[in-house]
Design a protein around this ligand. Structure first.
Ligand code: WTA
Length: 653
C-alpha cells in the first residue's frame, strides 16, 4: 500500500508493540481532561471559536458543508493580527514575551514582548500602507527566520492583505512562478540570510523572480546582513526607510475587520504534476483550528516556553510558530540558522537558556541528532522539557524512543502529529495527558476529525484489518478552501477517488485499539527531510537542461532524510554521463526548484524502461534504487534496458 521507499520503516512499525500510558500526574494538570473525546464536536468548536478568538462581529452559523467546499464560523468578522497581538496588550500581557529570538551569529539575540511586537507590527503596517498595500492587496513574502518574518505576516493580516510566504530555500523560478500565479503586487524580502556563518543571498534571487512576475511593482528589502544588493529605483525600498520612522500607536493603523471566510493566505505545495498547487486558507477556521490544537496537543499554559523549530516558510511554521501560538499568547522561541552551527550543541544550548518546555520538530532532524550522538546533548540541562512533538513524516520507532529517552530524559510524552498543508491544523495526534503512546503511531484523530482508512473500493477498513488509504470524512475548521484558480484539480485530486471523503494521499492502517499508523505517500509525492516534493516537478527540471533527453525520478529509503531522490537520466545524442555532468545536473535542479530538490543520486542510462504504451516504469527504477530484486518486467518494450541500468547503478555504488 505505502510507498516502497518506506518499506523498512513500515516493517519496523508493524513489529512495534511498546506502549507508554500517560503519567497520572500529567493527566491531573492537563488541558484536555478525561472525557475530552466525549464532547459533542460541534459544541466544542463553537465554544472554542467564541472563547479562544475575539470577534468584531460574532459568527451566526458554525459551519456549512457544500461538498467539497466547507465554510466555518459564518457571518463573523475578526482580524488575525488583533487576535494575535493587540488584544493581549489590551489585556495586560504587554510585558509577556512573545518571542525569544536567537539569531546567527549566536550572540545576536532579542527578547520581543507582546508590546514590542505590537509596536513593530503597527510600524510595518503603516509603512506597507504608505506604499499602497491595503485590504485585498496580494503580497509575496520571501524571508528567512528573522523577527521581520512574523512581523510582516501580522502587519499584512492587520491590513487584510492576503499573502504567500515562499520558503527562503526556494529558487528564483519557484518564487517567480508562485508570485505570477497569485498575481502578487508586492514582495517583502531581505538582502541575505545567515546560514552556517555565511550570508545566503535572497534579494538577488528575488530580483530574478520579479523579472518573471511583472505584476510585482514594489519590493521591500530588510537589511539583515549588510550584503551589497542591487536596488532598482522606483521599485526597491529598504525596510528601514519604509518602516522605521512610522507611528507605532495602534490607533494610527486599526485592524481591518475581515470576514471569517476572507482569504487569509496561500501556501504553494508540491502535487503530483509539475505545477505546485496554491492551497487556500481563510481566516476564522484557520485561527480557531490552529490555536485550539496548539493549546491541547502541546498542553500550553500561560507560563509555557514553546519552541517549534520549523521554518516559517512551511505550513508548520505558519500554524505553529506564528498564528496558533500567538492567538494563545504563548511565549515562543524562534531561531535563525541550523542545528550544527557554530556547533552541534546549538539546540541544546537554546533549550537550556530559555528553559524550553515544548519542542516540536521533524523526524529527519531527530535522526540527524541521533547520528551525531549524545555528547553535545548531555552537556546541557534539558530538564525543563515536558512535551516533545514530531511532524512532517512517519517517525520510525527507534527515532521516537531515542527522542524520548535522550532529549526528553525518558519522561516526556512524544506527540506524533499527522497533518498536511491542506489540513492547516493537526488532525491525528495523541493528547499528552490522555493517550497511551505507541512509538510510530500518530494515535487518535483530534476531536471532530472523522479520519478513516478506506480500501480500493471506498469501504472503511475495520481496525486491525490491514492498510489502505487515509481519508477524512467530515470538514474541520482549518481545512483548505480549494486551490487557486483550479476547482477542477481540487475536485480531482482530493474528492474524486471516493465520493464521500477527502483523500489525503497517504497510506495508513488502524490497529486493533483504533490507533492510526501513517505509512507515507501513495502518490508521486516524495517526502525528503519532511519537505514535500513531486517526482514530476524534478523530472521537468532535469529535462529543462539542454543536454537531457529524458529523466525519471523515484525515491529510495534513507536512514536520515526518510526518503532520498534518485534520478535516472538519458543524455541527448547518446552522450555519456560524467561526474562533472552529474554536478551540473544537480546544480541545475537546485537552481530550478531549490537545493532541497537536488537528487542524492543520478544514474546515467542509455535508455529508460518504458512500457509498450510509452510510460516510464518507475516501479522498476524504484526496485533498482532500493537494491531489490526486479519486479515484473514483462510489460516492458525492451526488458534488457532495466538490467543495463541495474548494472550501471551497481557499478557506481
Ligand atoms: C507527511 C506538513 C506520518 C504525510 C505538516 C503528509 C506525516 C505530508 C506526518 C504533508 C506524521 C506529516 N506521520 N506522515 N506525523 N506529518 N506527514 O503538506 O505524508 O508539508 O501527507 O505538511 O507529510 O506534508 P506537508
Amino acid at each position: 500500500m505505502a510507498q516502497d521507499g518506506q518499506s523498512q520503516n513500515i516493517d519496523a512499525l508493524m513489529a512495534e508493540s511498546r506502549t507508554y500510558p500517560p503519567d497520572p500526574a500529567f493527566t491531573e494538570q492537563a488541558n484536555a481532561k478525561p472525557g475530552f473525546y466525549d464532547q459533542d464536536p460541534d459544541e466544542f468548536w463553537e465554544r472554542e471559536g467564541r472563547e479562544r478568538l475575539s470577534w468584531f462581529t460574532d459568527f451566526t452559523t458554525l459551519k456549512q458543508w457544500d461538498r467539497p467546499y466547507a465554510k466555518w464560523y459564518l457571518g463573523g468578522k475578526l482580524n488575525a493580527c488583533y487576535n494575535c497581538v493587540d488584544r493581549h496588550v489590551e489585556n495586560g500581557l504587554g510585558d509577556k514575551v512573545a518571542y525569544y529570538w536567537e539569531g546567527e551569529p549566536v550572540d545576536d539575540r532579542l527578547t520581543i514582548t507582546y508590546a514590542d511586537l505590537q509596536s513593530r507590527v503597527v510600524k510595518a503596517a503603516n509603512g506597507f500602507k504608505s506604499l499602497g498595500i491595503g485590504k485585498g492587496t496580494k503580497v509575496a513574502v520571501y524571508l528567512g527566520m528573522i523577527p521581520e518574518a512574523p512581523v510582516t505576516l501580522l502587519a499584512l493580516a492587520r491590513l487584510g492583505a492576503p499573502f504567500t510566504f515562499v520558503f527562503g530555500g526556494f529558487s528564483a523560478t519557484a518564487l517567480g512562478s508562485r508570485m505570477q500565479e497569485m498575481e502578487c503586487e508586492y514582495l517583502i524580502t531581505q538582502d541575505a540570510a545567515n546560514r552556517r556563518g555565511k550570508p545566503g543571498p535572497l534579494k538577488p534571487t528575488a530580483d530574478e523572480a520579479m523579472d518573471m512576475a511583472p505584476t510585482v511593482k514594489t519590493c521591500v528589502t530588510v537589511n539583515r546582513t549588510g550584503t551589497e544588493v542591487d536596488m532598482l529605483d522606483g521599485r526597491d525600498h529598504w525596510w528601514s526607510d519604509v518602516v522605521d520612522g512610522q507611528d507605532d500607536d495602534p490607533k494610527s493603523c486599526p485592524c481591518e475587520p475581515m470576514d471569517s471566510e476572507d482569504l487569509f493566505f496561500l501556501m504553494f505545495s508540491s502535487g503530483t504534476t509539475g505545477k505546485p498547487k496554491g492551497i487556500l486558507h481563510t481566516t476564522a477556521g484557520y485561527l480557531a483550528g490552529t490555536s485550539t490544537t496548539h493549546h491541547y496537543v502541546f498542553d500550553i499554559k500561560p507560563e509555557t516556553v514553546y519552541w517549534c523549530a520549523a521554518d516559517i516558510g512551511w505550513i508548520t511554521g505558519h500554524s505553529y510558530i506564528v498564528f496558533g501560538p500567538l492567538v494563545n499568547a504563548t511565549t515562543s522561541v524562534m531561531y535563525e540558522g541550523t542545528p550544527d552551527f557554530p556547533d552541534k550543541a546549538r539546540w541544546w544550548e537554546i533549550i537550556e537558556r530559555y528553559k524550553v518546555n515544548v519542542l516540536y520538530t521533524a523526524p529527519t532532524t531527530i535522526r540527524t541528532h541521533m547520528k551525531w550522538g549524545t555528547e553535545a546533548l548531555q552537556k546541557h540541562d534539558l530538564s525543563s522539557l515536558k512535551i516533545l512533538g514530531s511532524v512532517g513524516e512517519p517517525i520510525n520507532p527507534e527515532a521516537w524512543i531515542w527522542y524520548r529517552d535522550n532529549v526528553g530524559g525518558g519522561k516526556c510524552p512524544v506527540v506524533d502529529t499527522w497533518w498536511q498543508t491542506e489540513n492547516g491544523m493537526i488532525l491525528v495526534t495523541p493528547l499528552p495527558g490522555l493517550t497511551t503512546l505507541k512509538p510510530g503511531s500518530a494515535t487518535h484523530p483530534f476531536i471532530g476529525v472523522k479520519a478513516a482508512v478506506y480500501d480500493e473500493a471506498g469501504k472503511e477498513i475495520a481496525p486491525g484489518d490491514g492498510a489502505g488509504y487515509m481519508v477524512v470524512k467530515e470538514p474541520w475548521p482549518a481545512m483548505f478552501r480549494g486551490l487557486l484558480n483550479d476547482d477542477q484539480r481540487f475536485r480531482e485530486t482530493y474528492w474524486s477517488t471516493f465520493p464521500d471523503a477527502y483523500l489525503a494521499g497517504d497510506g495508513a492502517r488502524v490497529d486493533g485499539d483504533g490507533d492510526f499508523w501513517l505509512m507515507g505517500r501513495i502518490d508521486d509525492v516524495m517526502n525528503v527531510s519532511g519537505h514535500r516534493l513531486s517526482t514530476i516537478e524534478i523530472e521537468s527540471a532535469l529535462v529543462s537542461h539542454p543536454d537531457v533527453a529524458q529523466a525519471a525520478v523515484v525515491s529510495r529509503a534513507d536512514a536520515t532524510t526518510g526518503q532520498a531522490i534518485v534520478a535516472y537520466v538519458t543524455l541527448k545524442d547518446g552522450a555519456e554521463g560524467s561526474p562533472e555532468k552529474l554536478t551540473e545536473l544537480r546544480d541545475h535542479v537546485g537552481k530550478e526548484i531549490g537545493p532541497i530538490a537536488k537528487p542524492a543520486n543520478i544514474v546515467f542510462a542509455d535508455s529508460l524502461p518504458m512500457t509498450r504504451s510509452g510510460k516510464i516504469m518507475r516501479r522498476l527504477l524504484k526496485d533498482v534504487a532500493e537494491n531489490r530484486a526486479l519486479g515484473d518486467t514483462t510489460t516492458l518494450a525492451d526488458p534488457s534496458v532495466v538490467n543495463e541500468i541495474k548494472e550501471r547503478a551497481d557499478s557506481e555504488k
